[in-house]
Design a protein around this ligand. Structure first.
Ligand SMILES: [Zn+2]
Length: 511
């Protein structure tokens, strides 16, 4: 069976993972901040370069992407030191967002083609909403402050995926089943249905290359810019965090486990790594992948209950894997208490009794929010403030302990609330660069393309105000999702939003 990769994509691909060459030190030539910024943007841009780009001479991920050559003219004026010592990068570009909002001739429940083909039903408009929120509201002021740099992610290829996944599984993902039992055997059914057409599978695989490539590229960027004037200590891929996929099977809307692939890279580049997962579902795919590996410690906070997906995570696993099974109804305050004390204890215990961690990976699901339509009314009662507080805590912890931090996304099935969460958490991730920036975020979402979708509160946060809005529709929408009916935004919500378009808030950059 052929294992050829998907056709050329709209964005670059990562070089193959084999035969990694020794990592190269970043040239620490004094330069202006603007020059530094320009080089990174040039080297990662989607646009066609106007000058030839040097051909990569190594297969190592660590060599991606190469900065433009530095000037040989000695500066006559000493460069101003950057006020931002802990910069964040976010894997983000129009091509990448498009690849996330693909696809498929099947609905989330596996039923046949719907009226909007080429869309993966379960993610709906989440990534489009988030992209607009970031582009038009959150990123510009953060960029102006020098706190964050958008980087256009590269795609990975089959060889990168083979670092964890089995070849026969990837064969079926790309080329379809060859035996009648293949789809069941690899769990490519229901929420992880495989498109029946070659074109559909091609689109699916391209999405997986983009999503996993972004996580791997983020790790490479963390290593590449871990020193220098504008040190990058945090990298975000909100499209990632597909923590349920196993080496030989899909599960829970996850086909390829980018978290496992990224953790392999972090373990190799930085050493002992802690993976912390605050999606409401247990990170079964990640825990299983590292169950015999004491260089990657997983710590999962999740809901555990009879019949609750995926049914694992009740107790501590092998090699010190830690699970914190929680009941339904957990609030922000409860979660903060458990999360912060649990995390501190694990970090301290490893530092005192074995060896300290060198790197941190945090997976943030938005399905712990109150009223998530997939989880239902028995889920958690978190808000954007609670999840962002966890990200802020980890950001400052990693700054204190001088650990690179990779942040991934996860579940979250009410599109506007997932967009809100990942938007607010982007700001929270910049706390390492400038403490207090999260508290400067205005509550009201300004007018932008999808403004009506955030009604009636038009708040960037989910809180008591918005609970009344979406809480009442939870049961109805949850049942509709499981019935395979695409969840669309409501016309009446849009109309209410249009009426409330009055003024817009500005994310004040003055600090
Ligand atoms: Zn989840």
């Amino acid at each position: 069976m052929s294992t050829s990769v998907a056709p050329p994509s709209p964005h670059d691909t990562l070089p193959p993972p084999q035969n990694p060459s020794p990592s190269k030190k970043i040239k620490n030539t004094p330069q202006t901040n603007d020059d530094d910024e320009k080089k990174e943007e040039d080297s990662t841009s989607d646009s066609t370069p106007t000058t030839p780009t040097p051909t990569p001479t190594s297969d190592s991920l660590a060599n991606l992407p190469k900065p433009a050559p530095t000037t040989t003219i000695a500066p006559t004026i000493a460069p101003k030191p950057s006020p931002v010592l802990n910069r964040c990068i976010i894997m983000f570009s129009p091509n990448y967002v498009n690849s996330l909002t693909f696809l498929g001739n099947r609905r989330g429940d596996g039923s046949r083609t719907d009226p909007t083909p080429n869309r993966l039903t379960i993610h709906g408009d989440r990534d489009i909403l988030l992209a607009s929120l970031l582009n038009e509201y959150l990123l510009p002021p953060l960029q102006k402050m020098g706190l964050i740099v958008p980087v256009s992610p590269k795609m990975c290829n089959l060889n990168h995926m083979l670092k964890f996944h089995k070849k026969e599984y990837l064969d079926v993902l790309q080329n379809g089943p060859t035996n009648p039992s293949d789809l069941e055997d690899y769990n490519l059914v229901d929420d992880c249905a495989l498109p029946e057409t070659a074109e559909g599978r091609q689109q699916l695989f391209r999405y997986l290359q983009s999503m996993a490539g972004a996580s791997l590229h983020a790790v490479a960027m963390l290593q590449k810019f871990s020193s220098g004037v504008k040190k990058t200590t945090t990298a975000i891929n909100w499209g990632g965090g597909r923590h349920h996929a196993k080496a030989n099977s899909a599960g829970g809307f996850c086909y390829v486990n980018d978290a496992v692939l990224a953790l392999h890279g972090m373990r190799q580049k930085f050493g002992k790594t802690i993976y912390v997962d605050i999606d409401i579902h247990h990170c079964d795919g990640v825990e299983e992948a590292f169950e015999n590996d004491d260089k990657v410690v997983t710590l999962s906070f999740h809901k555990y209950d009879m019949g609750f997906f995926p049914g694992t995570g009740e107790s501590v696993g092998k090699k010190g894997k830690v699970n914190v099974p929680l009941p339904g109804g957990v609030t922000d305050d409860m979660f903060k208490l458990v999360f912060e004390s649990g995390l501190e204890r694990i970090i301290t215990a490893h530092a005192e009794h074995s060896s300290p961690f060198s790197a941190f990976c945090l997976a943030v699901g938005a399905d712990g929010l109150y009223g998530d339509p997939i989880v239902g009314l028995d889920g958690w009662s978190l808000s954007t403030r609670g999840l962002a507080e966890s990200v802020r805590f980890v950001s400052l912890l990693c700054k204190r302990l001088k650990m690179p931090l990779l942040i991934l996304g996860g579940g979250g099935y009410k599109d506007v609330n997932a967009a809100r969460t990942f938007g607010v958490c982007t700001v929270a991730a910049c706390e390492a660069g400038r403490e207090g920036v999260l508290s400067r975020l205005p509550d009201r979402i300004p007018d932008h393309e999808y403004f009506p979708r955030y009604g009636p509160s038009f708040s960037i946060h989910t809180d008591e105000t918005t609970k009344g809005d979406y809480g009442s529709e939870v049961g109805r929408r949850g049942r509709r999702v499981w019935a395979g009916v695409e969840v669309r935004h409501h016309e009446d919500e849009a109309q209410r939003g249009a009426k409330r378009r009055a003024g817009s808030s500005v994310f004040d950059v003055t600090m």
